[in-house]
Design a protein around this ligand. Structure first.
Ligand code: BGC
Length: 369
């Protein structure tokens, strides 16, 4: 009898605890109202985890409730995330699409519910369901990468390896456009020779490329924003390259994640005497690579400013005001009002000043500074 009582009371306590846990999880998310929904593309790249952290820092004392969801590189998951947030009653959606065109249907669903849509860092294309675009100057990012190679390469006929981002990301085109605008004249005058793209070689005399022409080059040199793809491509290219494409070389790598894996491949090829390699995002691992001389530069995009601008627009909307913008971007369907932020080139020379003195990172996070 005693034993039965013991088991019954134990069961009772367990049930009570479960009920309590369910009640708690409801009040801390579940059905409670969210004013601003934020959807980011993937947790697998430090760049977007950075953004998540900066959003959290900026929102810690906000009167508005927000929720951040990740799409993990899937447009289907992204749509599901938007629907989850719509069910929580969001009034503003801040979204970085995994695929700029595929995201149209997700934001169209949001628009139908009267939600204001802010495209964050990457533009959602071919839909009129985007109200604002908050971005860095992506053409300037590419131009800075190209210019760094020009300023630091020595001599003539320097083999130039080109890599690009994912073709599903409008930014990949903007970065490439910027890089091409400065590199093309230097290819034409014989400073560089293209090492790994027949399509780029065919177009080397064209100052400005159409989107279709860029697509052809991207088709050959895309990394898909994936460090492994980048590594495999770099290995294939170096295996195919003859002695005239080795020695001292220059590499246009589109971002830090791909730059590090490309740098590792180039660094371990005995016939590469030296390599210059670009990047962007100022990811911690790449800052260490820059300090160690394994990555030549990165483009620092101060995510704190982007977060501030996006939340600034969101709060104005919630307060019934009209946000200020500084320009616009054509997304193939409309001119989207935009707010744009400048970028900073970082290399061994100024890494401490730009990233430590500005309190973006702490010195203790690195060695050899
Ligand atoms: C962003 C970059 C990022 C890349 C890969 C681009 O749209 O602007 O900062 O490195 O996507 O995630």
């Amino acid at each position: 009898m005693k034993r039965t009582w013991k088991s019954i009371s134990f069961l009772f306590v367990v049930m009570l605890l479960m009920a309590l846990m369910a009640a708690c999880s409801n009040s801390s998310g579940g059905s409670s109202k969210v004013s601003v929904g934020i959807v980011l593309p993937t947790k697998d790249e430090p760049r977007w985890v950075q953004d998540e952290q900066r959003f959290k820092d900026a929102l810690s004392d906000s009167e508005y409730t927000t929720e951040i969801l990740f799409s993990q590189g899937s447009s289907a998951k992204e749509k599901e995330n938007v629907e989850t947030l719509l069910n929580k009653g969001i009034e503003v959606l801040i979204i970085t699409p995994h695929d700029g065109a595929a995201a149209a249907s997700a934001v169209e669903a949001a628009k139908k519910e009267g939600v204001t849509v802010i495209s964050y860092d990457r533009l959602i294309t071919n839909t009129d369901a985007v109200d604002y675009y908050v971005t860095f100057d992506s053409v300037a990012v590419g131009a800075a990468q190209g210019q760094y190679l020009i300023d630091n390469a020595q001599g003539k006929d320097v083999p130039l390896y080109l890599y690009a981002g994912a073709a599903s990301d409008n930014n990949a085109f903007l970065f490439f456009e910027g890089a091409w605008s400065v590199l093309q004249p230097k290819i034409a005058d014989g400073t560089f020779k293209i090492a790994n793209s027949v399509e780029a070689e065919k177009l080397k005399d064209k100052v400005e490329l159409t989107r279709d022409e860029m697509s052809k080059i991207l088709g050959q040199v895309t990394t898909n924003w994936d460090a492994n793809d980048a590594k495999n491509k770099a290995q294939t290219h170096l295996t195919a390259a003859g002695a005239d494409l080795k020695g001292d070389v220059a590499v246009l790598a589109p971002n830090d994640g791909t730059a590090r894996s490309i740098a590792d491949v180039f660094g371990s090829d005995g016939d590469i005497t030296s390599y210059l390699v670009t990047g962007q995002d100022a990811e911690k691992a790449s800052i260490q690579y820059v300090i160690d001389g394994k990555q030549s530069m990165t483009v620092f995009k101060d995510v704190r400013t982007l977060v501030k601008d996006a939340m600034g627009i969101a709060v104005e909307i919630l307060d019934g005001k009209t946000p200020d913008t500084t320009g616009s971007y054509d997304n193939g369907n409309k001119e989207v009002k935009a707010k744009q932020t400048d970028v900073i080139v970082v290399d061994e020379e100024n890494v401490k000043k730009e990233l430590i003195d500005s309190e973006y990172y702490e010195a203790s996070e690195f060695t050899g500074l």
